[in-house]
Write a protein that binds this ligand. Structure first.
Ligand code: FES
Length: 126
């Protein structure tokens, strides 16, 4: 799996990664989190936001088919394209190249944690 624009390549063997508890097992988000790539996922990967929106550049056929819940939610995503998917819902079954949309890029490249409060870093006490 390759993430653009950085060109970061994540290689994994199906069934060998622990479920990172972010989205469906072996979803794009789950794999990214396993490798420390913090793709945004404000709802925790339950198809209730659009912050894990990615654009598939190659390998559409190597992702699980889109179900109705994902399709309905995706309609609310900014910058929607014909190749958009929700990272927490599409399960990776082979080689794919995906791009993180512009509006979410700085956050990811800075290595920030998720806005999901479960991952938030507490503010220092005064
Ligand atoms: S993380 Fe909220 S829909 Fe994917």
């Amino acid at each position: 799996m390759t993430f653009l624009p950085e060109g970061r390549v994540l290689e994994f063997e199906s069934g060998q990664l622990p479920h990172a508890d972010h989205g469906k097992p072996e979803s794009l988000l789950d794999i990214a989190m396993n490798f420390g790539l913090h793709l945004e996922h404000a709802c925790g990967g339950v198809c209730a936001c659009t912050t894990c929106h990615i654009i598939v550049k190659q390998g559409d056929n190597n992702l699980s088919p889109m179900d109705d819940d994902e399709g309905d939610r995706l309609e609310m995503a900014p910058g929607l394209t014909l190749h958009s998917r929700l990272g927490c819902q599409c399960v990776v079954t082979g080689d794919v190249v995906v791009e993180i949309p512009n509006w979410n890029r700085n956050y990811v490249s800075e290595g920030g944690g998720s806005m999901n409060l479960g991952d938030a870093i507490p503010l220092p006490k005064k």
